[in-house]
Ligand binder design. Sequence first.
Ligand code: PGA
Length: 251
Amino acid sequence: MRKNIIAGNWKMNKNLSEAIQLVSDLKTELDGKTLNAEVIVAPPFTSLETVNSLIKDSAIKLSAQNMHSADSGAYTGEVSVEMLKSVGCSYVILGHSERRTIFGESDEFINEKVIHAFKNGVTPILCCGESLEERENGTTFSVVEKQLKAVLKNLTNNQIEKIVIAYEPIWAIGTGKTATPEQAQEVHAFIRKLLAEISTPEVAENVTLQYGGSVKPENAKELLSQKDIDGALVGGACLKADSFRDIILSV
Ligand code: PGA
């Protein structure tokens, strides 16, 4: 029932002409291929509109990397969900660990954004995950549970069913250190059980759970073959069209 989704988080990489090049290369790489996963690209704000015009005739979907929870107003440097919609975004990444740790975003703020995104018909790709210290002191499950309970607060079952959750252990992001398929599966199974408690077992079965953190063509297949891993949120390896293609085709 649930969708496989591979999303590429470009982070703060690629100027406009580089973005055009990357998305054009990706289209060429995927041309004529049978895809078993939905493909999403999340370029920086400055390239969203242009990338949208280039993927219109393809199956690739567009995501932003962040948004504010207000409709409009005096929020210098911020972007609203309505603005994202107007340039073709159907997804938005929320609660990425870089937003939490570098920019101080709280669970409460992320919860407001999740609710606001849904209200406006944009699907959140919601990130969660523990730090190295938390993994080492055995609190992974309680950290993930606390994050998810807080950011999913006041969502309807219908919304929970639609959300995409990316489990991204912070110690695996951009470090080249991937969670083993067993480590990742264990947390994914825990998340699905938690979702069943928060909503219903039927709803939880339909939620797409992505793994993120140093996903590469070499490790994608094994990770993606785990029972509760339905996709990947890819950083570094999505910045080259051929490696992103290989990850997409490993589903
Ligand atoms: P990475 O990033 O693949 O470069 O580790 C993943 C992410 O932060 O979404």
